[in-house]
Design a protein around this ligand. Structure first.
Ligand SMILES: Cc1cc2nc3c(=O)[nH]c(=O)nc-3n(C[C@H](O)[C@H](O)[C@H](O)COP(=O)(O)OP(=O)(O)OC[C@H]3O[C@@H](n4cnc5c(N)ncnc54)[C@H](O)[C@@H]3O)c2cc1C
Length: 391
């Protein structure tokens, strides 16, 4: 009997090292599906990137003899509709963390025939457990030690060919209306090209990743956020340094926190009585519109609005200024970043905001923050501030 599987793409928009694609290809026929679900958090900049990524994925699947069905609406309902239209017995989907992903996987599970494959992490959330008990690591350094020693999953083979049944029609997708003017091109091909451009010359990452004007970080984050690149393959790339791999481990760390604490984006992870904030709408507006009058903070916010991306050090400075200097609620900062970042990632955004606010996984939640000192240290010549000055 012919077995058909719906392959539901989510944050794994690629054909290389894609465990869900490899698993779906064990069936006789595969229905590749992406559902544009309004319930999934995103923003106009990330949407522009997503539309590129879907075009690129469709082209790759067509090259394998398949295609991509794109539907709009509630994901679980669309999966059921596509299953009914194609007679698919199975659904294959990558794991993920967060309220939306957990709710979706639960609904797919209750409909039956679901196979969940490894998701966006290098090491799946829940695989590493602290020796002292608990369902996840709360502190990064012991997590990094365990993560570095565990064996990572095997690379998933890329199929030579895709056999598809008669596919149902796709829906027309609403166009993106990005707010940023200088966005990177989305998609697997663009991501692999960026990796090939950056990795051979990345030997100074450890020394220079905090150099704001030098801009020496990989800028792979948008590709990792939507799975145009496999985090496992990027982390295993022989051209990248241990300092870089450690940053990739931070990504896994926040994902396993989110898996254990799905409310991370709006609820203090550790409420030691310090989740208490000022209400100053004028100051918040000035921060959002890059008009605080603090050069280094305004420069970061201008980069965010122009590129939909901000250097990590500038994210720390702008976030630290909002929560530690102005004393404003980290949730407002989290939401503003979530509305603009082309690399928006629920776990990384919420985890880093909470870390900065002292409500998250920082072992020194009350650490001080001085934006002048940060500017002097990480932008000593003022070149980053000049680049992103008002004029
Ligand atoms: C307040 C705040 C909000 C953030 N929001 C996001 C977000 O929404 N999406 C996002 O991907 N990253 C977020 N980060 C983490 C980090 O700033 C970005 O991942 C990084 O700047 C992306 O640039 P890059 O790809 O050049 O990084 P690189 O330095 O080249 O690092 C390689 C990869 O490692 C991961 N990584 C690096 N730093 C971190 C970190 N601190 N935490 C988790 N993963 C990390 C990313 O996947 C990144 O692409 C946030 C950081 C802060 C302080």
């Amino acid at each position: 009997m012919t077995r058909t599987a719906v392959l539901l793409f989510t944050r794994d928009l690629r054909v290389h090292d894609n465990p869900a694609l490899a698993a779906a290809c064990e069936a006789d026929r595969v229905v590749p599906l992406y559902v544009d679900d309004p319930g999934r958090a995103s923003n106009p900049n990330q949407r522009a990137f997503l539309l590129d990524a879907l075009d690129d994925l469709r082209e790759s699947l067509q090259g394998l003899g398949g295609d991509l069905v794109v539907r709009t609406g509630d994901t679980a309902e669309q999966v059921q509709a596509v299953r009914a239209a194609t007679g698919a017995e199975h659904v294959v989907c990558a794991s993920d963390a967060g309220r939306f992903a957990a709710g979706l996987l639960e609904r797919l599970e209750s409909a039956g025939g679901l196979r969940v494959t490894p998701g966006p992490a290098v090491v799946e959330p829940g695989r590493l457990l602290p020796s002292g008990g608990g369902d996840h690591y709360k502190v990064f350094t012991p997590y990094w030690r365990a993560w570095s020693q565990v064996r990572w999953r095997e690379t998933a083979p890329e199929p030579d060919r895709l056999r598809v049944p008669d596919l149902p029609a796709s829906d027309e997708l609403a166009p993106a209306e990005p707010t940023a003017t200088d966005l990177p091109a989305g998609g697997e091909r663009a991501g692999l090209a960026r990796l090939d451009e950056w990795a051979p010359d990345s030997g100074d990452y450890g020394d220079r990743h905090d150099d704001l004007a030098g801009d020496r970080t990989s800028r792979l984050s948008p590709y990792l956020a939507l799975g145009c690149l496999s985090a496992r393959e990027v982390a295993a790339d022989p051209r990248v340094s241990e300092d870089f791999v450690r940053q990739m481990c931070w990504r896994d760390f926040h994902l396993q926190v989110l898996a254990a604490f799905p409310a991370l984006a709006d609820t203090a992870y550790r409420n030691g009585g310090n989740d208490v904030w000022e209400a100053d709408l004028t100051a918040l507006e000035a921060w959002k519109t890059a008009s605080t009058g603090i050069d280094i903070v305004d420069a970061g916010m201008r980069q965010l609005h122009a590129e939909g991306w901000m250097h990590n050090r500038a994210r720390l400075i702008t976030a630290g200024y909002l929560v530690k200097t102005l004393g404003l609620d980290w949730r407002d900062g989290e939401a503003h970043f979530a509305a603009h970042l082309v690399d928006y990632d629920e776990a990384n955004n919420a985890g880093n905001w909470q870390w900065t606010a002292g409500t998250g996984n920082d072992t020194r939640p009350n650490r001080g923050f001085n934006h002048e000192r940060q500017a002097g240290r990480f932008d000593p010549e003022g070149a980053y501030r000049d680049r992103w000055s008002r004029t």
